[in-house]
Design a binder for this molecule. Structure first.
Ligand SMILES: [Zn+2]
Length: 105
């Protein structure tokens, strides 16, 4: 399978800056951040889109997203954040990922 995120997930020496990983999700800093704290959160199991994510993983995956959103907001003293997910439209990697951004102004 030619999936950049699955390649990252399989390589312990991948050139990323991980901030969280468990058996459900990996979160790492975007290599081209739009804002400070720009984080990508991907499910460990390959799923191209949200509708491809097995139903039993939806809750656990979004629980990680919820925790990371709060942790990064607190760490960066942000006033809020924006959490986004693309399904095919504007999706740069064919592996489900959420981007989260800080509002620090
Ligand atoms: Zn993948």
């Amino acid at each position: 399978m030619d999936c950049a995120f699955c390649t990252l997930l399989a390589d312990p020496a991948a050139p990323i800056h991980p901030v969280f990983r468990d058996g459900t999700a990996l979160a790492f800093l975007d290599h081209r951040p739009l804002f400070p704290g720009h984080l990508l959160v991907v499910p460990v199991r390959h799923a191209r889109t949200l509708t491809d994510l097995p139903p039993e993983l939806v809750g656990p995956f979004f629980e990680r997203v919820r925790l990371l959103t709060g942790a990064v907001e607190q760490a960066m003293a942000a006033q809020g954040s924006f959490v986004a997910l693309n399904n095919r439209v504007s999706q740069s990697v064919p592996h489900l990922f959420l981007g989260r951004f800080e509002s620090v102004s």
